[in-house]
Design a protein around this ligand. Sequence first.
Ligand SMILES: CC(C)(COP(=O)(O)OP(=O)(O)OC[C@H]1O[C@@H](n2cnc3c(N)ncnc32)[C@H](O)[C@@H]1OP(=O)(O)O)[C@@H](O)C(=O)NCCC(=O)NCCS
Length: 384
Amino acid sequence: MRETWIVGAASSRYGKMAETAREAATRVAMEAIRDAGLEPKQIGHTFVANCFGLAEHQAHVGPLINSGLGIPEVPSVTVESACSSSSAALHEAFVQVAGGFVDSALVVGAERLSHLTTQTATTFFAIAADYPFETRNGATFPGLYATLASAYRAAYRTTPEMFGAIAIKNHANAARNPHAHLQKEISMETYLASPIVASPLRLYDCCPFSDGAAAVVVSARESIGRPAREPLVVRASARAGAVTGLHDRPDLLGLPSTRTAGARAFRQARLEPREIDFLEVHDCFTIAEVLALEDLGFFPKGTAARESGDGVTARDGRLPVNPSGGLKAKGHPVSATGVGQVVEIFEQVNGRAGGREVPRTGTALAHNVGATGGSCSVHIFSRR
Ligand SMILES: CC(C)(COP(=O)(O)OP(=O)(O)OC[C@H]1O[C@@H](n2cnc3c(N)ncnc32)[C@H](O)[C@@H]1OP(=O)(O)O)[C@@H](O)C(=O)NCCC(=O)NCCS
């Protein structure tokens, strides 16, 4: 395998977008290619993530993005893996570049859903669960993650304030992130007073519905152009799957696909959790951040909520988690989310995370989950 680098990255602001997903994707893709010091014609393959194109009456968006970039002849493919679509697309790009099939690949994720009502968006999202068993019986993602939160709270001694601390931290980080959807700090009083969405999850335990687009360029070490920024070395690109329906899982105290993908990633990178300086994890709900930190091996089972409550995962804590604001507050434009996590790591390494910098940027991990863990990707990066 060839050594593979992230050489350019760009993102839109998450939230409500005036542009279509196709327009935003093309714009950020062009910015990422320029950032990489490349010309569009040097892209060998485009990997697109766009789950809900139907909401904009536009599927098969890859050729349109490539045409907008002036490279209609370049092959493209749309990768769908629910909320982990763009990290799955990144994995495919990694395979092509590391395997020597192309020298540089573009990965771009985009989603626009803000024109839908909350009810319609909730219904659309829910089809990524196990339809006959979960969705058709009324399950939604807030409901399914509430089931995981209830199981965790029943098994371990936790307080609502421990989960509130995660929401407060991620909102504080997002308040310093110009790409973030919800750029506002919240207090514990605001958290505790917020309405229940699906018991025990409150409004501030949940990510919002966001529009957004994000892109990175992946190149083989020997064929990089003149990148304007310091590249990230891809030390691991690992994926895993698991049984989709929660009812078929042996336990609800973690996501099996995170455990498998995380173990694979650490093996590939020849690193251990204690060697990671900061992480972006999939916190679609606060319970998801807790489960991710335990499943990835950063904390023993049943302790991550307490450690988060003690400030260990704050930007200036021992292990900064979600300095971008995470899905909780930076936002969750489904198909842009995974690659957007990599944009944050790229910005941190390049000193472009003004006001939300983490103290150490030698190694970083990105963790992105599809639905309730039917799929998961874990990427590990380091500086050269
Ligand atoms: C939590 C949720 C139900 C709120 O929806 P809603 O009540 O219809 O909220 P609205 O869109 O009407 O927004 C009302 C206000 O709350 C804010 N808001 C919405 N969702 C928010 C959230 N998750 N956190 C904080 N604020 C939020 C909006 O910005 C808006 O603020 P404003 O009045 O200052 O503009 C919805 O965001 C949700 O379902 N989130 C989960 C999405 C999901 O399941 N994703 C998949 C994960 S696997």
